[in-house]
Design a protein around this ligand. Structure first.
Ligand SMILES: NC(=O)c1ccc[n+]([C@@H]2O[C@H](COP(=O)([O-])OP(=O)(O)OC[C@H]3O[C@@H](n4cnc5c(N)ncnc54)[C@H](OP(=O)(O)O)[C@@H]3O)[C@@H](O)[C@H]2O)c1
Length: 219
């Protein structure tokens, strides 16, 4: 059993991570902006605390005493640059914990834009990506660039990029792994269900296989 602090538990991806972690017997603290609006039926099995991923002091207060911090934060229709602020805040908050508080590992849900397509350009350099999506992709890329400056001896971080397409669907419990390259199927499509993405993320919590790097998963 791992003690997990989860940002984004009300979101599409974060909520699947919450349920996957709970079904495997982990202890999850959902760190949410407004606990009164946490409608999840898993409430009974989840500790809910107030916290803001964009505020390092709030992060520190919420994550102390946990072994792993997961951020499935998304800026919604707000400024994509908040993804960089969140990455800095998560690392800053963990770094600020006192010497008597063990630093939790940090797992960040990233983006697919900075993955390299097989034999081709990066996903964000492919033709036809709409401007708002492009902005989100590059913000995720900037957040990853920041994480790559963080020595794992200081904060043991990992970034997990979804496949190019991720949507709610079936939990098969299977996926294929990649590092900085987009994982595609025989027809050239890169897809993962949100449920299997959560499986892969909780696998990483349990296995600690990608410290100090980004990896990706797809069917
Ligand atoms: N293919 C891809 O590359 C791909 C595809 C999909 C998603 N993603 C990335 O995956 C991440 C999660 O996506 P999603 O679709 O699950 O997002 P989502 O449904 O919009 O959820 C976002 C979550 O962030 C929380 N949040 C917002 N501001 C916060 C703050 N200041 N402090 C704490 N929590 C805050 C929201 O909580 P509230 O309830 O308080 O609003 C919500 O739980 C995003 O970063 C997204 O860009 C990548």
């Amino acid at each position: 059993m791992t003690k997990i602090a989860l940002f984004g538990a009300t979101g599409t991806i974060g909520n699947r991570v919450l349920h996957e972690a709970l079904r495997r017997g982990h202890e999850v603290t959902a760190v949410v902006r407004d606990p009164a609006k946490f409608p999840d039926p898993a409430d009974g099995a989840t500790t809910v605390v107030r916290g803001d991923v964009l505020d390092p002091a709030s992060v520190a207060g919420a994550v102390a005493g946990h072994e792993v911090v997961v951020s499935a934060f998304g800026p919604g229709s707000g400024d994509p640059a908040a993804l960089v602020t969140a990455a800095r805040s998560l690392i800053g908050g963990v770094r600020s914990l006192g010497p008597d508080t063990p630093a939790p590992r940090v797992l960040v849900v990233g983006g697919a834009g900075s993955l390299r397509t097989p034999g081709g350009p990066l996903v964000w350099d492919e033709a036809g990506v709409p401007a708002p999506v492009l902005a989100l992709m590059h913000a995720h890329g900037d957040a990853l660039d920041f994480l790559r400056t963080v020595p794992v001896e200081e904060v043991r971080w990992t970034c997990l990029s979804p496949a190019a397409q991720i949507a709610p669907g079936e939990r098969t419990g299977t996926y294929r792994l990649g590092l900085d390259g987009l994982v595609v199927d025989e027809e050239g499509r890169s897809r993962i269900s949100t449920e299997d993405f959560a499986v892969a993320l909780v696998d990483e919590i349990e296995r600690d296989a990608h410290a100090g790097r980004r990896f990706t998963v797809a069917h």
